[in-house]
Write a protein that binds this ligand. Structure first.
Ligand SMILES: [Zn+2]
Ligand SMILES: [Zn+2]
Length: 211
């Protein structure tokens, strides 16, 4: 069966996300997920603060490196931004995490360097990337070329986006086992791009907030 986990969720601890910690739990449950990785931009504060018995929380971070974004999964220590990508991967490993290359083929999302091969996995499905199918195809080719495990996540910044894409993980409900399963490649990305209706809703709410 496997666990359904969205490995890329931003909470309001990211400057550009409106998702409260409570909403993470409510919407993830609604989407039938078993867990989420909280991966805020350059901070682990939200990931550490979110405590719940209803959902498995995998702590993480999305680091802005000098060579694009990088996901650190199973990271509870802040990793500094603006370092080279190889050094950032090393720092993630030093604190017991794994480094996943998010949205490697997106045009406008600060994709991580594709000349680096020391990632532990590649996020081949990123639900907020457009055009979703094309980018998934090329991201998969990149991961296949490196022979790396493939994950999926929503990259959600608005609660209804949670779980649009996710990863099926063959592991027990335990963070260390999940990390181990990613490394072994016992993971399959699933899902779809965020529907336009939800994208438009988010844009409209964002505009309203600014007025
Ligand atoms: Zn990103
Ligand atoms: Zn992100």
């Amino acid at each position: 069966m496997g666990l359904k986990i969205d490995f890329h969720v931003h909470t309001c601890y990211s400057c550009d996300s409106s998702i409260t910690l409570k909403e993470v739990v409510v919407f993830a449950k609604k989407r039938g997920l078993d867990g989420v990785a909280v991966t805020d931009h350059n901070t682990v504060k939200g990931a550490l603060k979110l405590k719940t018995r209803d959902l498995l929380i995998v702590p993480g971070i999305e680091v802005s490196t000098l060579d694009g974004h990088l996901l650190g999964i199973n990271v509870t220590t802040p990793i500094p931004a603006k370092l080279g990508i190889e050094e950032t991967i090393q720092r993630i490993h030093d604190v017991g995490g794994i480094a996943v290359a998010p949205h490697p083929t997106a045009f406008y999302k600060s994709p991580p360097s594709r000349s680096v091969s020391s990632y532990d996995a590649v996020e081949v499905m990123n639900a907020s990337s457009v055009p979703f199918s094309v980018l998934t195809y090329f991201s998969k080719r990149f991961a296949d070329g490196l022979g790396l495990p493939q994950t999926g996540g929503s990259d959600s910044h608005y609660a209804p986006e949670i779980g649009s894409a996710y990863t099926v993980v063959e592991a027990d409900s335990d963070v260390d086992e999940i990390v181990d399963a990613i490394k072994r490649g016992a993971v399959v990305p699933r899902g779809r791009g965020i529907p336009w209706k939800i994208r438009l809703e988010r844009t409209a709410l964002g505009l309203k907030r600014k007025i």
